[in-house]
Write a protein that binds this ligand. Structure first.
Ligand code: APR
Length: 257
């Protein structure tokens, strides 16, 4: 129960129903229940691979085979993953007219696979490779084989079309994400530790533009108790499921409820 006596799920539903122009910002936590490890924490990718050695543009150009060993693991795991109830729940909230867009830091394509139509891929997508020399692009499935360093027709190395540390965010994705943050009524922040910039600035932009910030995470993050107005403790699939139930039950999705 919140300090003001309101039940958090009920409060979140009231906010979502009342404002009806919510945007979701998602991180690795939403895909954990699809079998994709998150990055931080004891079970995270970065516990196994030092990101400064395996996930910077510099390390990729220096040792592409080494970095591709790590990337191959990600491509395989994401290749087998399917959307979970949290991804599907966001697609349902979009269909209900409650959530209008998803900004994701994830590169797994699971939001689109779950049926979400407006997805802003802030860190790119693993399904595509791009040449570090001529920028030509290829579907990953056409050029990637496990253990190999994929090559372009020009002979140069292919890199997944994801944002490595030291690389800029694709400008269109950044523009669109900031525009959504500036104009949304509610920002629902799901499964991110909010430690990586500039993605971690999106909640602050939304808050400063007058939006309510609702956080869904089984753990505390850098947003908890300051930028976040409401923290819903629990897994993404469980909490989003309860919000949908509450919205349908209470028929809260009528404007100005
Ligand atoms: N449901 C909701 N949240 C969860 C769940 C779950 N089932 N499981 C874990 N979490 C939370 C964790 O508590 C943590 O706060 O998800 C968060 C995952 O945080 P990170 O591993 O730091 O991932 P993320 O915030 O997405 O990382 C941001 O950093 O490494 C780079 O480019 C990479 O996009 C990534 C960025």
């Amino acid at each position: 129960m919140r300090a003001d006596g309101r039940e958090p799920i009920r409060e979140a539903s009231r906010l979502l129903a009342g404002r009806r122009n919510a945007v979701a910002l998602t991180g690795a936590g939403i895909s954990v229940e699809s079998g994709i490890p998150s990055f931080r924490g004891s079970q995270g990718m970065w516990a196994k691979y030092d990101p400064m050695e395996y996930a910077t543009l510099h390390s990729f150009m220096q040792s592409p085979r080494k970095v591709w060993n790590m990337l191959s693991e990600m491509v395989s795991v994401c290749g087998f993953a399917v959307p979970n109830a949290a991804h599907k729940g966001l697609a349902t909230l979009e269909a209900m007219g409650v959530v209008r867009a998803v900004i994701t830091q994830n590169v797994d394509g699971l939001h689109q696979a779950a049926g979400s139509r407006r997805v802003i891929e802030y860190h790119g997508n693993l399904d595509e490779l791009v040449c570090v020399n001529c920028w030509k692009r290829f579907p990953t499935r056409d050029r990637w084989t496990p253990g190999d360093v994929p090559r372009c027709d020009c002979g140069e190395i292919l890199k997944p079309n994801v944002v490595l540390f030291g690389e800029p965010i694709p400008w269109l994705a950044q523009e669109q994400a900031e525009e959504e943050a500036r104009t949304c009524g509610v920002l629902v922040v799901i499964g991110t530790s909010a430690q990586v910039s500039p993605a971690c600035d999106i909640p602050r932009i939304a808050k400063e533009s007058g939006a309510a910030v609702v956080e869904i995470n089984p753990e505390e993050t850098s947003l908890s108790g300051n930028v976040a107005d409401l923290h819903l403790w629990g897994s993404a699939s469980e909490v989003i499921g309860r919000i949908i139930e509450r919205l349908k039950e209470a028929d809260d999705v009528t404007p100005g409820h």
